[in-house]
Design a protein around this ligand. Structure first.
Ligand code: NCD
Ligand code: ZN
Ligand code: ZN
Length: 349
């Protein structure tokens, strides 16, 4: 395949960072993730958060029950770490194959993180266990100190929390989720193979100016917030490099439109219907379509120690209909639909 190809066939991909929510929202958004991906890491920031094996197992059952008929999509569950979470519970859920990883939300950092960790030292006993059993720690990497400028919170998290953590737990597997800075990409590359990062489609496509293009754009607001153009360019280099430490994680995060188009709009971009098309567009623009499979379908399972998917998908540059917003109970969730000269389409191969 030439790098300038306008079609590519790859092994079925996975999404290593997804918010599927629950109830009516889940029922409406889940078919989109299931149509794009074979598996997804399901983030545990529900209300209440997924902090026990029983809650995770029940949530998994609800997801499976809401799948479209015939779908073989598999949710990979995660535990929500709190200051007081029981390390035995974490170990039990992993041993019983209920969850595959645990998520660190610094308390107050993002959507539904109020039950998160207030001081990383509080979960050191849990991290000891996770290191011993090979269970990955997934990290929302932003400090919550509001005296730190919002555009610097990822970088300051890396300096203050991540680097000391990596030193204290030299064998712990860690994923720095939804990276947004050149510095994060560099730290992750240097920290492999036990350190990985997910990269979203939107952070490859928008920068912080995009949030204010012609007026404020609430549907482009997510956390960590998009950064300067130099960071977007560095993320594109990282994602398309083929390096094993970078893998696909959409951070698809649906919120009803009225909660985003508000005086205090919430953070999260819903990209499930357009994710693979958006990644294909980026890899095409970077003349790196031949490395899309590594990023989307190989690096993630290898990091998690899971088998590669069978089956293939095909992405092609073709005239496509603009994606529709998803209607939910009289409101809607707005789809991230990057304006592109031509659109990519996704089909089974
Ligand atoms: C996510 C959400 O809405 O759950 N929001 C976001 O802006 N990314 C939470 C998260 O991943 O931080
Ligand atoms: Zn996050
Ligand atoms: Zn997320």
């Amino acid at each position: 395949m030439s790098p300038a190809s306008t079609a590519v066939t790859i092994r079925r991909p996975d999404d290593w960072h997804a918010h599927l929510r629950d109830g009516a929202v889940m029922a409406a958004v889940l078919p989109h993730t299931a149509a794009q991906f074979a598996r997804a890491i399901v983030m545990p920031n529900l209300k209440p958060p997924v902090t026990t094996v029983a809650l995770a197992s029940a949530y998994r059952d609800r997801i499976l029950a809401a799948l479209p008929a015939g779908s073989d999509f598999r949710p990979l569950m995660t535990a929500y770490l709190t200051d007081s979470i029981d390390k035995a519970e974490i170990e039990r859920g992993f041993a019983d194959h209920v969850w595959v990883a645990a998520k660190l939300y610094p308390a107050g950092a993002t959507t539904n993180s109020q039950h998160g960790v207030t001081d990383i030292r509080h979960i050191y006993p849990v991290l000891e266990v996770m290191q011993r059993i090979g269970m990955p720690l997934l990290v929302h990497g932003e400090v919550t100190d509001h005296t730190v400028d919002i555009f610097d919170r990822e970088q300051v998290f890396i300096e203050r929390i991540l680097l000391p953590l990596l030193k204290d737990f030299p064998a712990l597997k860690v994923v720095l989720e939804h990276i947004t800075t050149a510095e994060a990409a560099e730290v992750v590359r240097e920290g492999g193979p036990r350190l990985g990062a997910t990269i979203t489609p939107h952070h490859l496509m928008i920068n912080r100016s995009s949030l204010f293009e012609g007026g404020i754009r609430p549907h482009l607001y997510c956390l960590p917030i998009a950064k300067r153009e130099r960071h977007r360019l560095a993320l594109r280099k990282a994602a398309t490099s083929g390096a094993a430490c970078y893998f696909l994680g959409t951070d698809t995060a649906p919120h009803l439109a009225h909660t985003k188009e508000a005086a205090c709009g919430c953070a999260g971009i819903f990209n499930a219907p357009t994710a693979m098309q958006a990644y294909a567009q980026v890899f095409h623009e970077e003349a790196a379509l031949d490395r899309l499979e590594a990023f989307a379908s190989l690096n993630g399972p290898r990091f998690y120690g899971l088998p590669l998917n069978e089956g293939k998908i095909r992405l092609a540059l073709a005239a496509a209909e603009a994606p529709q917003d998803v209607e939910i109970e009289g409101d809607r969730v707005v789809v991230f639909a990057p304006e592109c000269g031509a659109a990519w389409t996704l089909s089974a191969a």
